[in-house]
Design a protein around this ligand. Structure first.
Ligand code: HEM
Ligand code: HEM
Length: 218
């Protein structure tokens, strides 16, 4: 029996991020911070859920399935091919980089401010030095994300069209010819439960954050 390589939570995570990242940029550009905030919260919940799913999810979504040490990476570079069913050794580490950058982007946003009309929910809870650092992280993480996303898309297109491996089909449909899972997946509702818990925690944390006295302007 054949199994999905990428389970439903991993695919929903991926394509949601693909939609949300441009929306985050666009809403910041338009200074639509109501939209920006909700897009940002969604990215945080999705990425945090993906990290937990990397520990408890289906076999090929787990970090243990695709993170290999330096020897594995060197062997992959020498042979030019990987015997893993899922992410190859370089792809696996690029997943970690992308997830960390997305998380840094979202969390720094919570402490960010445009210094005029809108401040993230934890801005007033943070000392000046932390606010400044988070402002820098929010700008830099985005530039780094753009670079790594460009690299990611180039790598996917290389494997898809030069190596003729059906990566895109597998990320859309779950599996494809030659790209199948080796074990049954874990039920998607577990990921929904994790997402609900993460969203609840974020909601609770935001509710605890001190806000400025509305009687004061600065
Ligand atoms: C918007 C920016 C994007 C980000 C942040 C991003 C991020 C990621 C991440 C984190 C993964 C790992 C999936 C996982 O295990 O959870 C992944 C895989 C993948 N992404 Fe993207 N992605 C982006 C855009 C795209 C686009 C535009 C495409 C289509 C051209 C694409 C195609 C794929 C494919 C095919 C895989 C599976 C790779 C494999 O088989 O090893 N991604 N992406
Ligand atoms: C993870 C998703 C996010 C992405 C991709 C993102 C992206 C961006 C970008 C590209 C900018 C413009 C940066 C600049 O040129 O200064 C920006 C600004 C901003 N973001 Fe985010 N952001 C995210 C999450 C958040 C969150 C969760 C919040 C707060 C709830 C937030 C609050 C802000 C604020 C207040 C600014 C204005 C900063 C300024 O004017 O200097 N962001 N964001």
């Amino acid at each position: 029996m054949s199994h999905a390589l990428w389970d439903i939570p991993t695919r929903v995570f991926h394509w949601s991020i693909v939609i949300l990242l441009p929306l985050a940029w666009w809403s910041a550009e338009e200074q639509d911070f109501d939209m920006h905030r909700w897009v940002g919260y969604s990215v945080i919940v999705l990425v945090a859920t993906r990290v937990v799913w990397g520990l408890i999810g289906s076999r090929h979504s787990r970090f243990s399935d695709f993170l290999v040490g330096p020897a594995g990476i060197v062997a992959y570079l020498r042979q030019g091919r990987s015997d893993s069913a899922g992410h190859n050794p370089l792809g696996g580490w690029s997943v970690v980089v992308l997830l960390l950058l997305l998380l840094a982007q979202g969390i720094s946003g919570l402490f960010n401010s445009d210094d005029i009309l809108y401040s993230g929910p934890f801005y007033y809870a943070a000392p000046d030095a932390l606010r400044d650092a988070m402002g820098v992280v929010h700008e830099w993480a985005f530039d780094l994300l753009l670079g790594f996303v460009a690299l990611h898309i180039a790598a996917v297109l290389f494997h898809q069209f030069v190596r003729k491996e059906p990566l895109l089909q597998a990320m859309v449909r779950g599996s494809a010819v030659g790209r199948q899972g080796l074990a049954p997946g874990r039920g998607w509702w577990w990921a929904l439960l994790v997402a609900a818990i993460v969203a609840g925690l974020l909601w609770w944390g935001i509710g605890q954050a001190p806000q400025p006295d509305p009687g004061r302007w600065f």
